[in-house]
Design a protein around this ligand. Structure first.
Ligand SMILES: Cc1ncc(COP(=O)(O)O)c(C=O)c1O
Length: 441
């Protein structure tokens, strides 16, 4: 049944009113649903979520990525339930988190050691701090349009409306000291020649180069990541892959395995916590050594601590999730579901005549309303954001939840979900205004 045909209950309206009163903007983060379609989640199961009014949605937001098995997966629920009875946090070594560290090192090519944090933002923040300590330099290079969380060094030129000349950075938020703009150099994603030229000038000042190997929705062009690896190795600058999104999603070994390029450090998050707050820095033993308290009191020591780091509930949820992902055929099925959906969307776009394309990988993609080739952030600025917003709203009204600019696929999405989603997408595309320009797919 379409959600639009059912009304919001008075209970849900009251909760939305309370949210508006007690939460800034009535939301938990920077994005919000259109007011008339906003809802409050009551529960999630598999590929679906239900709101307080009882309306059902197929969920492609998946908690912004962690729920690769879908919601309330029985193996995760059982593991968490067992752990709850045995204590929920210790601020001490516990078996689940040691086992999770071991499994991450087994899975992720660059990982020799792991330092746990609670969020992906902390993971990138501390990866950068460790790189600075190791390399004895302070500046970092990141890529325009790349997102590494919400700390002061990460929110630089992630979404500039008026990009500056490279490598000048623009803080993306009020409250970030402008002096930090001088600590971050910005480079264009997928443009190795410009990166090389910037490194030729600035390499000696750099502590690290951090990159989303798959930047938002942009796929690395052949040779880009390998070239970045070679350049950073030449200058002995630690290369950090931000795998908060791609880790255990693109492959069991993440983007490093998928694209065949191994960085020095990586940041992990989302999937490794199985839906609980857990993230990590992982990488080369000699760089990770900076976190070792035996260095305390020396200039090499990186201070890093967090009350809930290594939380056993999150660790058992992560371990249970990884165990499901290791089952034979899991990734083949995940990629196949994504491929069917992505190809289906591509076909709908071709037929729609809209200037739009689907970009990304099989397990994470979205529609972008432009017919320009998309390889970097500036090309993404040619997209019609208002059209995407309208498309998302049309989908939401028909019972499909997706990210603002992302669609995550899970192992819980089945053939029926995919078929229903394509029906909804077709109807949503038909409701959009026509411009008469051809589509790219
Ligand atoms: C690539 C990337 N890095 C870092 C983060 C930050 O992670 P968290 O939201 O857990 O702080 C995100 C969050 O979506 C992300 O997409």
């Amino acid at each position: 049944m379409s959600t639009s045909s059912r009304a919001r209950s008075s209970e849900e309206s009251q909760l939305l009113d309370l949210a508006a009163r007690y939460l800034p903007g009535g939301v938990l983060g920077s994005s919000r649903m259109p007011e008339e379609l906003a809802f409050v989640v009551k529960r999630g199961q598999g590929s679906k979520v239900w709101d307080v009014s009882g309306r059902e949605y197929i969920d492609y937001l998946l908690g912004s990525g962690p729920m690769i098995l879908g919601h309330a997966h029985p193996a995760v629920v059982a593991a968490v339930r067992d752990q709850l009875a045995n204590g929920t946090t210790f601020f001490m070594l516990n078996e689940p988190v040691v086992r999770l560290a071991e499994e991450i090192c087994r899975a992720v090519p660059c990982a020799e050691q792991v330092r746990f944090t609670s969020t992906g933002s902390e993971a990138t923040f501390f990866a950068l701090r460790a790189a600075r300590a190791w390399r004895k330099r302070e500046k970092i290079m990141k890529f325009e349009g790349g997102y590494h969380g919400s700390h002061d060094y990460a929110l630089m030129s992630s979404s500039p409306k008026w990009p500056k000349a490279f490598p000048a950075a623009t803080a993306d938020s009020a409250g970030i000291p402008h002096v930090l703009e001088g600590e971050v150099l910005i480079a264009p994603y997928n443009d190795l020649a410009t990166v090389e030229a910037l490194l030729a000038v600035h390499a000696d000042a750099l502590a690290a180069v951090i990159v989303e190997p798959f930047q938002r929705l942009l796929v690395p062009q052949p040779g880009f990541l390998a070239g970045l690896r070679a350049l950073t190795a030449r200058y002995e600058i630690p290369l950090i892959f931000d795998e908060v999104v791609t880790g255990f999603r693109f492959a069991y070994g993440g983007a490093q395995e998928h694209y065949g390029v191994v960085p020095d450090l990586c940041a992990l998050g989302k999937i490794i916590g199985g839906g609980f707050p857990l993230a990590a820095v992982a990488g080369r033993r000699d760089v990770m050594k900076a976190f070792d308290p035996s260095l305390d009191g020396t200039p090499d020591f990186v201070a890093q601590v967090g009350t809930l780091n290594g939380n056993p509930v999150a660790a058992v949820a992560g371990l249970a999730t990884l165990a499901e992902l290791r089952k034979p055929g899991a990734y083949a099925r995940l990629h196949q579901t994504g491929r069917t959906l992505r190809d289906g969307v591509g076909e709908l776009l071709r037929r729609s005549g809209l200037p739009a394309q689907v970009i990304g990988e099989t397990t994470l993609f979205d529609i972008v309303f432009t017919d320009k080739p998309l390889t970097d952030y500036r090309a993404m600025l040619t997209a019609d954001g208002a059209m995407l917003k309208k498309f998302n709203a049309e989908c939401l009204a028909r019972g499909i939840v997706k990210g603002k600019e992302k669609l995550y696929v899970s192992l819980a999405h089945g053939d029926e979900d995919v078929a229903r989603t394509l029906e909804v997408f077709e109807a949503a595309l038909k409701s959009l205004p026509r411009t008469g320009r051809p589509a790219r797919a």
